[in-house]
Design a protein around this ligand. Structure first.
Ligand SMILES: [Zn+2]
Length: 249
């Protein structure tokens, strides 16, 4: 694994907190190893809205995701807020983020720990509490892959609407698509793999798919790309998904 500078969570927190506004409410969902885990509510106005859940930084050595969450919050989303309400977990694994590790401060992969009732993983409990009792129309989780040569995604849906192929077409102009499937992966289309119920609920996306959402997606950018390219790919995937949801609402 290439050596990458540790991420600065103090700077991350400062940037996040500076965004507080009538539209953006920033809350501390819990504290892990003295690091606050944030939950951000982004919404405006009343009336019917699609509920969107966004998470990033579950793996601490995948820095594009938390940066995407910040960039998304920093830009003007006025038009989107007429149709959507967002709950954002911008950095689920702050300890991993600081030390540039996939796992949390106890060497545990948070994204393999959602099912286990016998393992007490603080970050998992914080996420579960942050979304308790809520339903989401769509959940998107930003990840990165050290081995991939291009962008790809995993998708699961019960609303009869695969969005992956269209998202792949919109990301194609940003960089290569990685269609190589690994073990236990069900390819649906170029760069699109199915979130397989056979995986169980240990991962965050399968867990949320099981209990909180009818449509979920995991986006993966290749770490070998420049950071800006990875950020653009994730944001494009998110915007394309929102456009599809809006057009078919
Ligand atoms: Zn990951």
């Amino acid at each position: 694994m290439p050596k990458v500078d540790n991420q600065d969570y103090t700077r991350f927190t400062k940037r996040l907190k500076s965004l507080a506004s009538p539209q953006i409410r920033i809350e501390i969902s819990g504290v892990v190893n003295d690091y606050p885990v944030y939950r951000v509510l982004l919404h405006q106005g009343t009336g019917e809205r699609k509920n969107i859940l966004i998470s990033a930084g579950v793996h601490g050595d995948e820095p594009a995701g938390p940066e995407v969450a910040l960039r998304f919050l920093e830009r003007d989303n006025t038009d989107l807020l007429e149709h959507f309400a967002f709950l954002i977990l911008p950095c689920v694994n702050p300890c991993g983020y600081v030390h540039n590790t996939r796992e949390n401060g106890h060497g545990i992969d948070i994204n393999r720990s959602f099912e286990s009732a016998d393992v007490d993983v603080a970050e998992v409990n914080i996420v579960k509490q942050a979304i308790q009792g809520q339903r989401f129309d769509f959940f998107i989780d930003f990840h990165e892959d050290w081995e991939a040569v291009g962008f790809y995604l995993y998708e699961g849906q019960r609303d009869s609407r695969w969005m992956g192929p269209r998202i792949i077409r919109s990301v194609e102009s940003i960089g290569q698509i990685d269609s190589e499937s690994g073990e236990n992966e069900l390819p649906l289309a170029d760069g699109v793999f199915q979130i397989d119920p056979a995986w169980g609920d240990a991962g965050m996306a399968p867990y949320i798919y099981h209990l909180h959402a009818d449509h979920v997606m995991i986006c993966e950018t290749p770490t070998r790309w420049h950071l800006e390219q990875r950020i653009t790919a994730h944001l494009t995937a998110l915007d394309t998904a929102l456009a599809i949801i809006q057009s078919t609402a």
